[in-house]
Design a protein around this ligand. Structure first.
Ligand SMILES: NC(=O)c1ccc[n+]([C@@H]2O[C@H](COP(=O)([O-])OP(=O)(O)OC[C@H]3O[C@@H](n4cnc5c(N)ncnc54)[C@H](O)[C@@H]3O)[C@@H](O)[C@H]2O)c1
Length: 373
């Protein structure tokens, strides 16, 4: 079993964490506002390969003199930054986060961990070797209503079925409209991650069909139906489309849990509802929400040494669900998640170019044992 400790940093409201944000795109701008607004953090620089984009973002924040650069480690070395928020495109997550961790900078990264599960495993090992915290901001996990729903599931006894319906019709333009599986790869990870959280269980097998409705404005499959067998015997079914105008669901999706003592429902935007002959104990609430919540948890974890939800090892199985669903959609076959993990592990060992990270990977007893504490 892998041990999980990370370097502690004595930061707090009197001593705000000095942060560089990497990636000044649309989500990067939300992070810039969030890091600026938090009393626990101080924005000390913006990094983007597109320097003009970094400068525009600084000016739009009202801080045209803020240091900008195209390399996070170099900028941090020059201005004493203590941590990195990585909001680059998924392909850049692995190189940017690896460089930061080995420069002694803990990282809070946007989902997904990396563009492939193999590179996500490399990053988990890099966090172990560097001793720095790498937390993924899986922002929808911190929703207080989702926490309440999880409390309701615990009242229902054994859970047989958990479902998500997700139907939206956004027109993003850009890379999402060109990807092979935009819904599964870019969006469904939020729901898959929430399902793991609600059930307290990891996936065992996946079966998935992906398809593209005739009127779709996406090149790849914008719709999918996936069924996961989860440890503990619950089945999780996800049914979604990204080209579904009319009666759109919440961005969180619409949820139903069916258990031996009743059911729980959540429309994704309002308080969940328990329909069962049980008197629930006081429902737990998350004191955090969205990316501001993830940032707060990150800072607290650096201060206390606690291991947060979203730590790279804990988050990796959500990406494994995505890869299992995509593989099933490609092959038309039921896919064992252990096979997906084994293939990713072999690729990670084969492609790793840091000897210390490869040695750490090679020391894992199994991928599941390394990921699940
Ligand atoms: N949590 C959420 O709800 C949510 C929502 C949207 C996007 N995201 C995630 O946020 C990330 C960014 O998405 P986006 O929509 O902002 O993309 P974007 O394309 O708008 O912006 C990405 C930026 O990263 C920069 N970049 C790329 N490679 C870089 C590198 N090596 N170093 C520095 N900068 C680099 C690009 O120049 C670009 O400005 C993605 O991982 C995406 O999945 C999460």
């Amino acid at each position: 079993m892998t041990h999980r400790t990370h370097r502690i940093i004595g930061c707090g409201p009197e001593n705000p964490l000095r942060v560089v944000v990497v990636g000044a795109g649309s989500m990067g701008r939300q992070w810039l506002t969030t890091v600026t607004a938090s009393p626990e953090t101080e924005l000390v620089g913006i990094v983007d390969l597109d320097l003009a984009a970094a400068r525009r973002a600084a000016a739009d924040l009202g801080r045209p003199g803020l240091p900008v650069g195209s390399d996070a480690v170099a900028l941090a070395a020059g201005n004493g930054a203590q941590a990195v928020v990585n909001v680059t495109v998924p392909e850049a997550h692995h190189p940017v986060t690896t460089a930061a961790l080995f420069a002694g900078l803990p990282v809070l990264g946007e989902k997904p961990i990396a563009d492939t599960l193999a590179r996500a495993l490399s990053l988990a090992a890099a966090a172990e070797v560097s001793g720095e915290l790498f937390m993924v901001s899986q922002s929808r996990r911190w929703n207080p209503q989702l926490f309440a729903l999880r409390g309701m599931l615990r009242e229902l006894g054994a859970i047989g079925t958990l479902t998500t319906e997700f139907f939206k019709a956004p027109r993003f333009g850009g890379f999402r409209e060109e990807m092979a599986f935009p819904l599964l790869v870019d969006m469904a990870i939020h729901a898959f991650d929430a399902a793991r959280f609600l059930l307290g269980a990891d996936p065992v097998a996946a079966y998935c069909q992906a398809y593209n409705p005739s009127w779709s404005w996406y090149e790849g499959d914008a719709a999918a139906s996936a069924v996961f067998e989860m440890a503990g015997r619950a089945h999780y079914a996800y049914n979604g489309s990204w080209c579904s105008p009319g009666a759109e669901t919440s961005w969180n999706g619409t949820w139903r849990a069916s258990g031996e003592k009743g059911s729980a429902l959540w429309d994704g935007d309002n308080e969940p509802v328990l329909v069962a002959d049980v008197q629930p104990a006081e429902l737990p609430r998350s004191p955090y929400s969205d990316i501001a919540g993830a940032l707060q948890v990150f800072v607290e974890s650096l201060r206390t040494g606690g291991v947060p939800m979203g730590e790279v090892h804990e988050n990796a199985m959500s990406l494994a669900m995505v890869e299992a669903a995509v593989l099933s959609a490609r092959t038309g076959r039921r896919v064992l998640v252990d096979d997906v993990l084994d293939q990713a592990y072999a690729a990670a060992l084969r492609d790793e170019n840091r000897p210390d990270v490869r040695a750490a990977l090679a020391g894992w007893p199994s991928v599941r044992d390394a990921l699940v504490p």
